[in-house]
Design a binder for this molecule. Sequence first.
Ligand SMILES: CC(C)(COP(=O)(O)OP(=O)(O)OC[C@H]1O[C@@H](n2cnc3c(N)ncnc32)[C@H](O)[C@@H]1OP(=O)(O)O)[C@@H](O)C(=O)NCCC(=O)NCCS
Length: 160
Amino acid sequence: MTSSLRIRVPAPGELPPFVELVRSTFDAFIAPDCEAIGVRRFRELTTLEGMQARLGAGYPTWIAECDGRAVGFLQVRLPAHLLLLFVHAEHQRQGIARRLLDRTMAELAAKNDPPSELTVNASPFSVAVYRRLGFREQGTVPQQGGIPTVPMALELGSRN
Ligand SMILES: CC(C)(COP(=O)(O)OP(=O)(O)OC[C@H]1O[C@@H](n2cnc3c(N)ncnc32)[C@H](O)[C@@H]1OP(=O)(O)O)[C@@H](O)C(=O)NCCC(=O)NCCS
């Protein structure tokens, strides 16, 4: 199913289908657990202009395409906070998030002054996934801006 999968850095003009992917996956998997303000804040975070600006500012950004279709998106806020990681529902559990993360960790590790860890505010749905990817819980913050989150971190160099 993922034989034609391609992971790469996008050009700014290629982001519109990934904005749609991120927002529709958020609506399906995360929004039902959020307060209205959390949904609004997520929409503000995921405007096309915002995603393009972060890409243009050098924030690590990786896309996954299957047969040319947008199926995965990852964006990191510098220095090392995983801001967005979304995989289309029909393509989940096929290793796409792991591959997006592999490319990101290699990019971060290649920096002149590499960060010691990558942090994330995990959605409740994704905590089990992040554990499998090597992240560990950092404590409990039930809500951040109307979105339920679990702070987690992954040490650079801790994955095999
Ligand atoms: C979280 C998400 C990005 C994972 O993407 P994915 O491509 O399905 O993940 P992978 O296939 O790379 O799986 C990574 C690991 O997690 C495991 N995993 C995947 N989905 C899982 C699930 N629903 N429950 C438990 N484990 C799961 C996989 O088995 C794999 O572990 P393994 O390699 O040791 O077998 C995807 O499910 C998603 O977009 N969810 C909705 C949005 C979301 O919550 N994003 C996170 C925002 S913080």
